[in-house]
Design a protein around this ligand. Sequence first.
Ligand code: G6P
Length: 534
Amino acid sequence: WERPDRIPLRQRLLVVANRLPVSAVRRGEESWSLEISAGGLVSALLGVKEFEARWIGWAGVNVPDEAGQRALTKALAEKRCIPVFLDEDIVHQYYNGYCNNILWPLFHYLGLPQEDRLATTRSFQSQFAAYKKANQMFADVVNQHYEEGDVVWCHDYHLMFLPKCLKEYNSKMKVGWFLHTPFPSSEIHRTLPSRSELLRAVLAADLVGFHTYDYARHFVSACTRILGLEGTPEGVEDQGRLTRVAAFPIGIDSDRFIRALEVPQVQEHIRELKERFAGRKVDTVLLASILVNFSCSIDKLPKVNQTHAKRCAVVRPRVHMAWWYRVMLGVDRLDMIKGIPQKILAFEKFLEENSSWRDKVVLLQIAVPTRTDVPEYQKLTSQVHEIVGRINGRFGTLTAVPIHHLDRSLDFHALCALYAVTDVALVTSLRDGMNLVSYEFVACQDSKKGVLILSEFAGAAQSLGAGAILVNPWNITEVAASIGQALNMSAEEREKRHWHNFVHVTTHTAQEWAETFVSELNDTVVEAQLRIRQ
Ligand code: G6P
């Protein structure tokens, strides 16, 4: 028996995604500062105890010189990250072009850009070539770092070609691919000039995962209708080889959000936000408002408040609703799929039809800039600014405006505080793979039991549908009516709906999602090997 040089304590998981979970800023010729972004995927994989995860991806910056690349590679290694260096032209054609101007809108049912409808146009062809080239570059890096027994998990629409490239290197590699966006109906997918090549490349994976059963079903039917392959309950079969296809709905690290609410800094933010947005004129009617907002009887209030409450309820029995300032919240990347203009127009309609609510409800819209080099995103920014300006001009007063729109992201603690003071969250994406903002809001609503208005076209509607008010985001009248329903909802109903969702969010976590996918990938490969041996 020979002792192997290196006995891995845990099996290695190579997570390959377009973007590494870090933001890298160059400080000097050979010096970089890195900040880990603790997004959903990062916390999900930290929770997978039996695997040791390494990340492979683009650092989001152009590093043309070798000295800079060496220094960045070294700095990233400490964070278990491995960079793929993409030059500006590739980023333009692969990331801005094929990924975000073609696949992203198509997968969200927004169609192909007009000039790219024909497969023969130069720009489509060169963007697709750049996409394949970029995927090959990712594969090269994976291959350099791969060790026998590693599990390779490829993520998202940027890397649909990767499973094929990896299997060409080594057919024994365990390869999983997961799509974080919707997979559209086969009738939409078939409009894509490179439809077959992409499907075949994905099918090289051992396991293919989606957020919902519908997306998985659409993928299987695209393979059967477009490629003529056989769809089975397990997946897609091609000449005796099975690619497993299944739904793995992602979640969040709910404990992280719940714990954050206790952090003094968050408590301080909450206090400030309440003072700023929810505190106006509250003192005079506080207890009466509590009674209405929580629809509780006076007897259920703490003893110390009962006398005052009785006096308020008797003296000013009808005043409370009209005086309580309510907070509505939207948190989205500034992306066409998020339906921000439609949401704001629905809010305008609500104010138009409910004059008694004007000046008593505020919409805070956090719109995080994204993909700012893509012209469609630039147009959207101006469009949203114009609508917000018009509505604030129409309904604002000298002392207050109905919409506070911020073009920026918030840090984690500020975001948790904002969720915690929100009465109604508006998640009205036109399409969305899952949408974890809805989960985060629910996790932070322990004291408020706020209402979630949720698009029926977000993957989350399939898990939070019973607790949320589901809406068609294209129907502005319906969304406006649902805002009224949410603001006027009784405390009992809010509580019931909240618990429904809270239980789901705290039991279907990101860690569980990652663990399920990875262990299923392992099992799939083992089963396939057994089948071959038989
Ligand atoms: C979506 C995609 C992710 C992507 C994220 C941010 O959620 O599914 O893969 O990382 O948007 O977009 P960006 O283009 O900034 O990476």
